[in-house]
Design a protein around this ligand. Sequence first.
Ligand SMILES: *Cc1c(COP(=O)(O)O)cnc(C)c1O
Length: 389
Amino acid sequence: MDLQEADKHFIHTYNRNVIFTKGEGVYLFDDKGNKYLDMGAGIAVSALGYSNDEFKQALKDQIDDLIHVSNLYYTMPAIKASKYISDATGLDKVFFTNSGTEAIEGAIKLARKYAYLKNKDSRGEIIAMNHSFHGRSMGALSVTGTKHYREPFEPLIGGVKFAEYNDIESVKALVTDDTCAIILETLQGEGGIHPADNEFITGLRKLCDDNDILLILDEIQCGMGRTGKIFTYKYYGIMPDILTCAKALGCGVPVGAFVASKKIADAMIPGDHGTTYGGNPLATAAICKVFEIYEKEGILNHVNEIASYLVKRLGELKERHKDIIKDIRGLGLMQGMEISVSAADIVADALKKGLILISAGTNVIRFVPPLIIEKEHVDRMYEILDGIL
Ligand SMILES: *Cc1c(COP(=O)(O)O)cnc(C)c1O
């Protein structure tokens, strides 16, 4: 089995040139035994790193008990996981999905249903942001603000308009009587690591309250402790109406969720939405264990401590490579380095040197390491990246 063989049988939607076989802590190992320091965490997923014994044991135990029964029935892990999510978000009701994209689909459907119950003739318009990323299905793509992702697949769902992130006036200009929701990432990931201004988020909350519009926050990437709070909206002192979550929620077990207050969630009744696998006992046992380990190991405190170290070291790199590094920005362990050269080249070079980096767009290197990363790993990354730059 080699790369050529793999390329023959995969639809070519990704450029891949390594086969990973094992992981341990913050390291991955390829089929030739090479070791890599991972600053990407499987795109902000593997918050607990690789091969966490307690996490693995919980999954094995759940496999022994029960893997799947469908959503025609409750299971203990699903009930427990819904309580964890409810407590962490302050929102009442959850629907489990298999991915982030599906959480977005559900959030859009819920917003449309809520608007429909208020007014059957509502056109259910949605305002999304330029440079946003919400997923690849037809619905999620419809609210994704990158034209070249959308264009080949049009027509998408109608009634979506795009505003400028961090520009409240551009959002206000798009509001009509038919606007049912505003959707955005609390911290834009894929679009280049752009944190939201405080005035923008609080302004959106007020705009939504004044016009009876739902605020949908997508925290699929920036949630689950990555930025130093369990969810990033907690930095802004506001509540979303609907929240989407995935990625680190299952730390590698594919699972997502959309969550809403009771008033909004109750717009959906049996028959409105469904999923065969979503929130099955294996996936939700993973969620429960993730929350347990976060609590027990004080993950949020660790993120805040190590993030300030990462930011300090990235700042040093910026000082040393002023000609290449334009900006460092982000929150917690979700940092971006804007550069004047190709991010893809740096990523490829780093991989050869045993460092896994990922990009966000064409000119931003994205740092989203496992949340268990230590200072020594940051130092090792610094050395390799310094050499490359
Ligand atoms: C990754 C991501 C998604 C899509 O999640 P999938 O699990 O890949 O379907 C949606 N929104 C944001 C902000 C993301 O980072």
